[in-house]
Design a protein. Structure first.
Length: 277
């Protein structure tokens, strides 16, 4: 039976809490303070734009949140784990399971096929390929509209197609958070819209949170929320609307206006994606 709708506490929906995050790049005697005390939170199943002028620290912040670089100080806690204190091995396991990346220049492996690129986060550097991994990668490529390009080498795909492969790859391990650094920055208007629409649809289907940096105001306006950063500090982050959830035990259903998202990643992601495939 479906439980009646209720308003969740912030704990139910908390995904990421960033507190006083700072980064100073040190090069010999020269210090460049870039992040100067960043604070914000992300909830589960959100589509959030990160906006700010060039050089304001967006890429630096995303790289730190992706655990690819350590901050100088401050903390960030994801799914109840304090990531600044984790050892390298634990951190890389956590990153592999919970965080997906989409970059402006896709970063696909050029000699590998689209399918192999998507399988990569699952197969790992030692390439432990499994049938389940291959099937999931194929299903994701189908979902992003590239069923007929699965066996094409990455270099033989267009810019928009490469970015769609990158989206599929980011989702391979069913992460809780996808960090996207100007994912449409290299695309023309039409492809940018398509890639953005695809990310939005997948975000709604799977309940994955997306944090994406962009200079594209039009796309940012279509996100559920916007965080503005300037000179290394958050200058504005409008408060999110109150969210309602139904069926909290059987797969949280988050309702944001007309944009429902399913948060139970383990039970719903594949089924939803398969249904659409
Ligand atoms: N390794 C580094 N050493 C020193 N300074 C750095 C380093 N990496 C980045 N910076 C500086 O940090 C600042 C923020 O850079 P960052 O790439 O995070 O900005 P951004 O907001 O992503 O800009 P853009 O919109 O142009 O991509 C810049 O002034 C840059 O010069
Ligand atoms: Mg950048």
């Amino acid at each position: 039976m479906i439980n009646p709708a209720f308003t969740p506490s912030s704990d139910d929906l908390a995904l990421l809490e960033v507190k006083d995050l700072r980064k100073v790049f040190i090069d010999r005697d020269f210090q460049t303070p870039v992040l100067k005390g960043v604070n914000f939170t992300l909830q589960k199943a959100e589509m959030v734009a990160l906006l700010g002028p060039s050089g304001s620290g967006k890429s630096t912040l995303l790289t730190i949140l992706g655990t690819l670089m350590r901050p100088s100080s401050g903390s960030f806690n994801m799914l109840g784990r304090e990531l600044t204190t984790l050892k390298e091995k634990e951190l890389s396991n956590f990153r592999n399971q919970e965080i997906g990346f989409i970059f402006q220049y896709h970063h696909l492996l050029p000699d590998f096929t689209a399918l192999e690129n998507v399988m990569f986060p699952h197969a790992g550097r030692l390439w432990r390929e499994t049938r389940v991994g291959r099937e999931r990668a194929a299903m994701l490529l189908d979902r992003v509209g590239l069923k007929d390009r699965m066996n094409y080498q990455a270099t033989r795909l267009s810019g928009g197609q490469k970015q769609r492969v990158a989206i599929a790859r980011a989702l391979m391990n069913q992460p809780a958070l996808v960090l996207a650094d100007e994912p449409t920055g290299n695309l023309d208007r039409e492809n940018a819209d398509q890639v953005f629409d695809l990310m939005t649809e997948i975000q709604r289907e799977t309940g994955t949170t997306f944090l994406l940096s962009t200079h594209d105001r039009e796309l940012a306006e279509r996100c559920q929320r916007r965080i503005y950063i300037e000179s290394g500090v958050v200058v504005d982050q409008p408060v999110p609307r109150e969210r309602t959830i139904s069926a909290p035990r059987t797969g949280l259903r988050v309702i944001d206006g007309d944009a429902p998202s399913v948060v139970d990643r383990t039970s719903t992601t594949d089924r939803d994606l398969q249904r659409r495939a």
